[in-house]
Design a protein around this ligand. Sequence first.
Ligand SMILES: O=c1ccn([C@@H]2O[C@H](COP(=O)(O)O)[C@@H](O)[C@H]2O)c(=O)[nH]1
Length: 239
Amino acid sequence: MADDRLIVALDVSTMDEVKAIVTSLGDAVSFYKVGMELFYAEGEKTIRYLQEQDKHVFLDLKLHDIPNTVAHGVSSLTYVGANLITIHGQGGPVMMKAAVQAARESAEKLGVERPKLLAITVLTSFDEEAWTATGGQLPISDQVIRLAKLAKECGMDGVVCSALEAKMIRQACGKDFLIVTPGIRPSFATTDDQKRIATPASALQDGASRLVIGRPITQAEEPREAVRLIIEEMESLSK
Ligand SMILES: O=c1ccn([C@@H]2O[C@H](COP(=O)(O)O)[C@@H](O)[C@H]2O)c(=O)[nH]1
């Protein structure tokens, strides 16, 4: 029933809300994203709860600091047991390599599976105008591909980017590189702060490995029906 290429973003702040969403989506969803709103409010117990429900966990805290601090942060998060963790690619090669080494060493020490590390490239809420306003010198797509190649060289498992950049990253970084794409907007969704958006079908067609979708599901009148429509669109491609 579930398609584990779909990750539902739990952008809520209480365990009660988490339980209501996870219960209502039931076996239709097997992968959830915990971000800063939920993790800062409820901490580790969110991950434990999802694991008890046999769900995979994408812990999207977007670490961005000096290499030593990020490496220690990654070690602590390895203990928490998420399947995917994000750090900012803008943190640079020394920071990304330190994160990869920290994840490997802590997982070995704990005897657990190493979490996969994803580099955030350029947030999907950026368009060219906002990007230039922050001092971005290259067009967004050039910056994204540059960070994706750098992330790969540093031993990162993949990137988070817009689906609009998925095709060129798949070509440049190969079939095993994880491409996780938020900013997915099915045809029934309304517009919001996401700028570089794509539909579920086009994201997969262009090579995305997993799609992160929050509000179009969690704020839908009927979240389970929204998931059904999204999975139908995703799976129509393989038929
Ligand atoms: O570039 C990025 C990186 C992360 N996100 C996260 O994905 C979800 C998207 O939720 P929607 O409600 O579907 O917009 C959200 O948790 C973001 O923190 C992103 O959107 N873009």
